[in-house]
Design a protein around this ligand. Sequence first.
Ligand code: COD
Ligand code: ATP
Length: 204
Amino acid sequence: MIIGVTGGIASGKSTVARAFSSQGIPWVDADEVAREVVAPGEPALDEIAEQLGREVLAPDGSLNRRALRELVFADPEAREQLERITHPRIRERLVVHLERLQAQGAPYVLLVSPLLFESGQDAMVDRCLVIDVPEPTQIARTAARDGVDEAQARAIVAAQMSREERLARADDVIDNSADEADLAAQVAELDRQYRQAVGLPPES
Ligand SMILES: CC(C)(COP(=O)(O)OP(=O)(O)OC[C@H]1O[C@@H](n2cnc3c(N)ncnc32)[C@H](O)[C@@H]1O)[C@@H](O)C(=O)NCCC(=O)NCCS
Ligand SMILES: Nc1ncnc2c1ncn2[C@@H]1O[C@H](COP(=O)(O)OP(=O)(O)OP(=O)(O)O)[C@@H](O)[C@H]1O
């Protein structure tokens, strides 16, 4: 069984994944795979430079992530171009990573992805778990963690699915507006349900 874990920027997906991991559940992180596909030497990196301009490269030829971020969250067309280059490759690698994890015999595995619904990755999973936070909390946590200004954080949120739409598509929801202890309790309860769904006793 594959559980897709999604939520907007800084909703708490990685924190949730770590909590599941402490119960023995492994995960694949789509943001990490997205970085793999644009590593130096990857064909996607050349395509990005060709289509979006060499200004998005650092002097050493690697991706200047900050420059690309500022470009794509100000220009929806540039973002769509970037997604056309990266999303098929991300998807291909996610399939490989998930198959490898499943072969290792965990009770179930997680696909952690900010764009699970937007990029159609929900078709790869059995259940969708949405991490939900109010938008002001999301903006504040993004700005605090990534050192981006509030306007940039708002632009990123605006490029993602609305909270309402995401919740409407959820099979399960974690409310991450309280503290991390509260989050851990919600994860423990879902872990119990997921183990039961795959026919395992709660503590296996
Ligand atoms: C725009 C880029 C260069 C910004 O890099 P940066 O290091 O600043 O941020 P990072 O990659 O850690 O992403 C941070 C968050 O931004 C949001 N985000 C990233 N890409 C997108 C997008 N295309 N649309 C909406 N939100 C996005 C996500 O919430 C993500 O968790 C980078 O995110 C990227 O290459 N995005 C395109 C690939 C993609 O869609 N990745 C998302 C995972 S499928
Ligand atoms: N319940 C909580 N209370 C306070 N801070 C929290 C809570 N949950 C997460 N955070 C903090 O909010 C920030 C975002 O959390 P996290 O990195 O888990 O989100 P994410 O959804 O994985 O983000 P992204 O996809 O943008 O990388 C982190 O700095 C994290 O420590």
